[in-house]
Design a binder for this molecule. Structure first.
Ligand code: MAN
Length: 582
């Protein structure tokens, strides 16, 4: 029989001192624990009542291999009823209960290391309780040591956790004080900025005419250049237009050349669209003619017009080009050949994928230079003007790059405001982080606070799992997959955590992890599994999950054998204890 040293007898076993039975051992029915023997004492007439009180039978019928009582209590030592429990004394190890249905079934039940479950002589079960008991005591001792060590570490965690919450509260206070100061700074910077912006706006309004005059002078050469570009484009557009008009009029209609016909149809469609566009453009032009356009508007208007004209050139170019690629050369239609010649002559100067002339670049419009007056005379005017003269001189000899353009007052104010606003935002985020930590449940006595953001890894198959406590869990292989972020504890025992909202599983839920915590002398992940697709179970050992064992606590006496509790019964004294506690 291979007994499992870790096997704790069927269901629960608690430490109750062996109850001194007042029924002699030889009178105790087989399968009954000493503490329950008195329940089998017959009355003065030699009768006995089933334990559920349902029947009175002769005490001779106890363990007579015939089931009398519905609760099976008359057959604790045979399999006749099968629905009650047999007590194995297991001397040398721990007593245990097994169902009476398992008696004499030919199997040596590991729960009964003394082999008393098989007594009909057909199956011999050796008594291995000494060996099993020795192993179990060693194991209990090992676990006890770990628990003791874990308890010591946990005490330190608790001290840290309580201190950490205190530190966090102080940090929060500091951050709030800083925020108040920075808010004041931001408000001041905002006021300066508002004033400068208003001043600038005022200046822009009052200097409108003057600035427009300067802008006109600045832009005039560009306007002229753009107008020339427009004129050139219009000229070419007209050339293409008359070429296509000519083609439409004079191509030989008898040839039924499909490529030519497609071009003529395309041209007709173009003319039709043009009619509408020209009507719209005329309305727009008459509107603009009424207005006194600024120099920049004049320039952009000329640019748009040039762009539109080039688009039309492009369209007509493509019409003739597609005809050239598909026409019947045997027809020698003069009108067709003429149009193709126009295309061939023009093609080298045209980028037909961009609707642009080969030798023409777009005009880069220069920025308007606005010299806004300074808000206040800061006394640096003299410095500025000297610095300005030096910069000018340096520029004239080609070393202007050594002298940085000074920032305007407005730019400086914008920078100050941006800096203080950024700082304010950073503080806000820090406060949110600290508040989040303060609100987090770190378990009873803050025992788990020490583990915040501590990360652990575990390899399982092709994956490396990582868990940052109160943070995030990941699964890494070729890619790094989020399994979720800490969301809550499960229940009130502080032994199970949930991490949720991980990467959504293909055709499934968002990934999540259940972390179960048990007592250990060190922090470590001891197992990872995926019981259901994308729902992971991670077993974690930590001193934080240990029980605090006080120095005054008397360690368990290995010579005192705890008694097994019969399933479904309340151990003697338990009820009383509960009441005493209340
Ligand atoms: C990945 C891993 C697995 C998961 C599958 C689901 O391979 O995250 O754990 O079961 O995706 O498709």
């Amino acid at each position: 029989m291979k007994a499992n040293v870790l096997c704790i007898p069927l269901l629960v076993s608690i430490a109750l001192n062996l109850v001194q039975a007042n029924v002699p051992d030889n009178e105790r029915p087989r399968g009954v624990a000493p503490s329950r023997a008195k329940l089998y004492t017959p009355d003065s007439t030699g009768n006995w009542k089933c334990l559920d009180g349902s029947k009175t039978i002769s005490s001779k019928s106890i363990n007579d291999d015939f089931c009398d009582c519905p609760d099976g209590s008359d057959e604790p030592g045979t399999s006749a009823c099968g629905n009650t429990y047999f007590y194995c004394e297991n001397i040398g190890h721990l007593p245990a209960y097994i169902r009476t249905s398992r008696l004499n079934d030919g199997v040596c039940d590991p729960e009964c290391c003394d082999g008393t479950d098989e007594f009909d002589g057909l199956t011999h079960c050796p008594n291995v309780c000494q060996e099993v008991g020795t192993e179990a005591r060693k194991e209990r001792e090992r676990v006890r040591k770990i628990e003791k060590e874990g308890s010591k570490i946990k005490s330190k965690y608790i001290a840290y956790g309580k201190g950490a919450k205190k530190r966090l509260r102080e940090q929060l206070q500091n951050l709030k004080t800083k925020t108040a100061q920075i808010e004041e700074k931001t408000a001041k910077a905002q006021a300066v900025l508002d004033e400068l912006n208003a001043k600038r706006q005022e200046y822009l309004e009052s200097s409108k005419a003057e600035r427009e005059a300067a802008r006109k002078i600045q832009l005039e050469p560009f306007i002229q250049q753009q107008k020339q570009m427009l004129a050139k484009a219009i000229e070419i557009k007209s050339k293409f237009r008359s070429t296509l008009d000519d083609l439409k009029e004079n191509y030989n209609k008898n040839y039924h050349d499909l490529a030519v016909k497609a071009t003529i149809t395309g041209f007709d469609e173009y003319l039709e669209e043009l009619k509408q566009e020209e009507a719209d453009a005329a309305a727009q032009e008459s509107k603009e003619a009424d207005q006194d356009l600024t120099a920049i508007k004049l320039l952009t208007l000329a640019q748009t017009q040039t762009y539109d004209v080039k688009k039309e050139i492009g369209r007509m170019f493509q019409l003739i080009k597609s005809m050239k690629e598909g026409y019947n050369t045997e027809y020698n239609d003069e009108a067709v050949l003429k149009a193709i010649k126009v295309l061939d002559d023009f093609a080298p100067s045209w980028k037909d994928d961009q609707n642009e002339f080969v030798d023409e670049d777009d005009i880069e419009v220069p920025e308007e230079v606005i010299e806004t007056p300074q808000l206040a005379d800061s006394g640096k005017g003299v410095f500025d003007s000297i610095y300005g003269s030096i910069r000018k001189a340096a520029k004239s000899v080609g070393i202007g790059f050594l002298f940085k353009e000074p920032k305007s007052e407005l730019e400086q104010a914008q920078e100050t405001h941006r800096k203080t606003s950024d700082e304010q935002k950073k503080l806000k985020d820090e406060i949110a982080g600290v508040e989040r930590k303060l609100e987090t449940d770190y378990g009873k006595d803050e025992a788990f606070a020490q583990l915040v953001d501590q990360c652990f890894e575990y390899k399982e198959a092709e994956y490396t799992y990582s868990l940052c406590l109160f943070g995030e869990a990941h699964q890494k292989s070729n890619s790094d997959i989020s399994l979720g972020k800490f969301s809550s504890w499960v229940g009130d025992n502080h032994d199970t955590q949930m991490y949720t909202g991980g990467l959504r599983c293909w055709n499934g839920p968002e990934r999540s992890v259940k972390v179960t915590m048990s007592c250990g002398a060190v922090n470590e992940i001891v197992a990872v599994s995926e019981p259901s697709k994308c729902e992971y179970l991670l077993k974690f050992r930590t001193p934080a999950a240990c029980r605090i064992i006080s120095d005054s606590e008397v360690p368990e006496d290995p010579n005192v054998i705890p008694e097994a509790i019969m399933p479904g019964t309340v151990p003697e004294g338990a009820e009383k204890k509960k009441h005493d506690e209340l």
